[in-house]
Ligand binder design. Structure first.
Ligand code: PGA
Length: 251
């Protein structure tokens, strides 16, 4: 590998978590502080209602992030959250363009790009998600679809510091299904070439995560694939034991 990228193991709690769930976050923070993930960076993207308390519990070694932000800076947008508000609550990252938001809220590539730019303005790292549906993969269109999502969603100002790409096949999210090692390798190599072309000065160093049914028993084989620089974990990030078992691939 031409460049060493420090892995990122990120959890996505989605619309899960109330005050009592902070005990799991505390256990994750303690595990990470104790070296469970080696030198890999670890983060949990929390529901916004838990961010401020979560940031305190997370401490020095575990990052916390949001799961979405507005493309706008501030103002009359009832119910939306500005990236700056997430930052003010202790977030250092935010997921943008998760397939659940693309599907449930009609977010287009242009919207996702504007949200990533809002994240940059607030000093947050954007985790930009892309991924194909099952019919798209079956039709042989996965690379083309994901390539177009990446090109449309990635702001020109993306750098390896302010942006992480996450490949999440929609059909692998929450299903227990995962693509083959060869399919993940092909997609991540394709993204790497595209990132180098789009960002001549940073495309080689920008991290590309795999997400979609990452579990303790498949993490090792997925994380060892070339150009897989970490994981975005949904269900398994809700339990400290599972999240730490996955992160321990990097210990
Ligand atoms: P999952 O979710 O790990 O539960 O499949 C991944 C995600 O949606 O980020």
């Amino acid at each position: 590998m031409a460049i060493s990228r420090n892995a990122l193991v990120a959890g996505n709690w989605k619309m899960n978590g109330v005050s009592a769930s902070l005990a799991e976050l505390k256990a994750i923070a303690e595990g990470v502080a104790g070296g469970a993930a080696g030198t890999a960076a670890c983060a949990i993207c929390l529901p916004a209602t838990l961010l401020a308390r979560g940031a305190e519990i997370a401490g020095q070694h575990l990052l916390v992030g949001g799961q979405d932000c507005s493309a706008e800076t501030f103002g009359a947008h009832t119910g939306d959250l500005a990236a700056e508000m997430l930052r003010d609550s202790g977030a250092s990252l935010v997921i943008v363009g998760h397939s659940e938001r693309r599907a449930d809220h009609g977010e287009t590539n242009a919207v996702v790009r504007a949200k990533a730019e809002a994240a940059y303005r607030a000093g947050l790292t954007a985790i930009i998600c892309v991924g194909e549906t099952r019919p798209q993969r079956d039709a042989g269109d996965a690379l083309e679809i994901c390539g177009a999502q990446l090109e449309g969603s990635l702001p020109p100002g993306a750098t390896p510091d302010n942006t992480v790409l996450a490949y999440e096949p929609v059909w692998a999210i929450g299903t227990g299904l995962v693509p083959t090692v060869d399919d993940v390798a092909a997609m991540h190599a394709f993204f790497r070439a595209q990132l180098k072309a789009l960002l001549p000065h940073g495309g080689d160093a920008l991290r590309i995560l795999y997400g979609g049914s990452v579990k303790p028993d498949n993490a090792e084989s997925l994380m060892r694939i070339d150009n897989v620089d970490g994981a975005l974990i949904g269900g398994a990030s809700l339990k400290a034991k599972d999240f730490l078992a996955i992160a321990s691939v990097y210990a």
